[in-house]
Ligand binder design. Structure first.
Ligand code: LYS
Length: 580
């Protein structure tokens, strides 16, 4: 008669629930419960607002027959199923085993992106010695991506097999600056103790750094994070990378996982299964390993209910949510405060929360095709969705992806979807002040805003005009005005910096042995002398693949294998799910 409680119905929580049910390791008098602060029953007003954690496919006017935009996670890297092959093995495996392979389509990215940097419009193919990008650095004669490769060449010792995942893990803990490195840092110094901004600045100079930041599209990739991880991770975003998605939106995967969970829980011999929408974990303790917790409702999220017990608890929650639970527990000042144990708190803080923001616009025409600087499409696969991009700019919109007319049913009249802004870090605050609209004071404290829990929100007029102006300049030249971009049919935004997520994604902080953190934060009681509590933490934040669903699946799979006795879903020999 075991009770297992999973908090968080994002990719990590769904994965744990599904794999546990599939493993058949339950008795029929066991109970499996899944809690989520939102209501991710995968049916919006019109059955369309499929969402799970930080995945959210938004169809125009919330109508599933219409074109859509991903306002959260949007793609994955396919694994070809060979032992040496790279890619997201668990996401690819899940898609295949759930019978969604037919739905898998290329997420086209261009190998010749359009740039608008320092007021200049140009394509990647225009960049040359005689026509460099507008930065005062020799690196401006090549693509921004080249600057990242250059830094990696300077910093990494020759001869390492860094495509190999086990080798990568060793590099995270013990990678050293190459013997030939010349700069402020010493050759042979541990890379994990060097901030990546510090390293980029040391190698590229400030102009080179700015170019890598603005031309790379993601400020999140160049912050002062863990250099050993950054040196490997950033190669994933080079132009022309091969990504995939699901034809009718990435949420299809999570909707299917949820449906499968419900189906399996109705089978003979299955445990009792309960999904508690709009219920969150309020606080948790584990004195001498005995778990005690309180939940709260979405209506009164900070008021804890009666104390409850469980045999095992999985916290499939991002760091911000863990911190909220830790705070409530700390104020109760009770025995067994696991999350606030000094080493657990230190390890919880091993990742940097990265605010990120997405704005989706829907138009009655693909106006961008007839501009002075249209994005250039690549890929001629007829099964491809129209998605392509990115266009990259130093304007606050930062990156643009052209989803186009991707209505699942060919709805008429056609509606063309545009991910008008994909921005992160300091750029998110540009949009946040436009959320409220003119002549209005703030009514809800920032710390109590929960927008991403309720789904995308409609953008006020001034935000829409700001977006049109920036899109006009990017596609028509620095003097273009907003009238060059038609009035959209609809504009919605998603601010992932708000609670309970507190970030769109996470990056490892420098000065941590991330392998040690990854291995131990999964079961935080391992960080407390003499304690054994069946409380587990999973999710992309503390993973080998941050900012990817794969990271959440890998931490979840490793917890299932190592602590729940579930056999690995695929051979882990050449693909450690976590580093340890
Ligand atoms: N997985 C995200 C994407 O495909 C990456 C976010 C970058 C985080 N530094 O765009």
């Amino acid at each position: 008669m075991a009770r297992i409680c999973i908090f968080g119905a994002g990719p990590g929580g769904l994965y744990v629930a599904l794999r546990l049910l599939q493993s058949g390791s339950f008795c029929s008098d066991d109970t499996l419960e899944l809690f989520d602060w939102g209501n991710y029953r995968f049916e919006g007003e019109h059955g369309s607002r499929a969402a799970a954690g930080r995945i959210c496919t938004y169809h125009h006017r919330d109508d599933p027959t219409q074109s859509y935009i991903e306002v959260g996670g949007m793609r994955y890297i396919e694994w070809d199923e060979t032992p040496k092959g790279s890619g997201h093995r668990l996401v690819s495996t899940m898609i295949r085993t759930l019978g969604l392979q037919e739905e898998s389509v290329p997420f086209n990215t261009t190998d010749n992106p359009l740039f608008f940097l320092r007021g200049k419009n140009f394509y990647s193919s225009d960049i040359s010695e005689t026509s460099p990008a507008p930065y005062n650095t020799p690196h401006a004669a090549k693509s921004p991506d080249d600057a990242f490769t250059y830094v990696a060449d300077q910093a990494i010792q020759k001869g390492l097999e860094l495509d190999d995942r086990a080798e990568q893990c060793r590099f995270y803990s013990d990678g050293r600056l190459s013997d030939t490195y010349r700069g402020v840092f010493e050759p042979g110094q541990r890379l994990r103790d060097i901030g990546y901004w510090n390293l980029l600045y040391d190698v590229l100079g400030n102009e080179g750094y700015r170019y890598a930041d603005m031309g790379g599209g993601y400020e999140s990739n160049v912050i002062n994070w863990h250099s050993a991880d950054a040196l490997i991770y950033n190669s994933e975003f080079a132009p022309g990378g091969t990504f995939k998605t699901l034809r009718h939106g990435y949420s299809t995967l999570f909707a299917r996982m949820f449906a499968e969970i419900e189906a399996l829980s109705k089978k003979e011999g299955a445990p009792r299964f309960h999904y508690h929408a709009r219920h969150r974990l309020h606080s948790i303790t584990a004195p001498h390993g005995k778990i005690s917790f309180r939940t709260a409702t979405a209506e009164a999220p900070y008021v804890g209910g009666e104390a409850q017990t469980a045999d095992k608890v999985v916290l499939a929650l991002p760091p911000e949510s863990l911190e909220l639970v830790a705070q409530a527990t700390r104020y109760a000042n009770v025995e067994g405060d696991l999350l606030n144990e000094p080493k657990v708190a230190l390890y919880r803080d091993s990742v940097i929360k990265q605010p990120s923001y997405k704005v989706a616009m829907f138009f009655s025409s693909p106006w961008w095709e007839k501009t002075k600087y249209p994005p250039r499409l690549v890929g001629s696969d007829p099964s491809a969705t129209n998605v392509f991009g990115p266009t990259i700019t130093d304007l606050p919109i930062r990156q643009v992806y052209y989803f186009g007319n991707n209505s699942p049913s060919g709805a008429s009249p056609a509606v063309y979807a545009l991910l008008a802004s994909y921005d992160d870090e300091s750029f998110t605050s540009f949009w946040q002040e436009l959320e409220i609209g003119p002549n209005r004071d703030r009514l809800v404290p920032v710390s109590q805003q929960l927008q991403p829990l309720h789904g995308p929100r409609h953008a006020p007029e001034a935000m829409v005009r700001m977006l049109r102006g920036e899109l006009a300049r990017v596609h028509n030249g620095p003097d273009a005005t907003l009238e060059l971009v038609p009035t959209p049919l609809e504009t919605v935004f998603m601010d992932w910096s708000q609670k309970p997520f507190g970030a769109g994604y996470h990056a490892w902080a420098a000065h941590y042995d991330i392998c040690d953190v990854m291995a131990n934060i999964r079961k935080p009681s391992r960080l407390v002398e003499g304690l054994d509590a069946e409380v587990y933490i999973v999710g992309s934040a503390y993973s080998n693949d941050q900012a990817w669903v794969e990271g959440a699946f890998c931490t979840a799979e490793s917890v299932l294998n190592d602590f729940f006795g579930v056999a690995p879903i695929i051979d882990p020999t050449d693909y450690p799910f976590i580093c340890r």
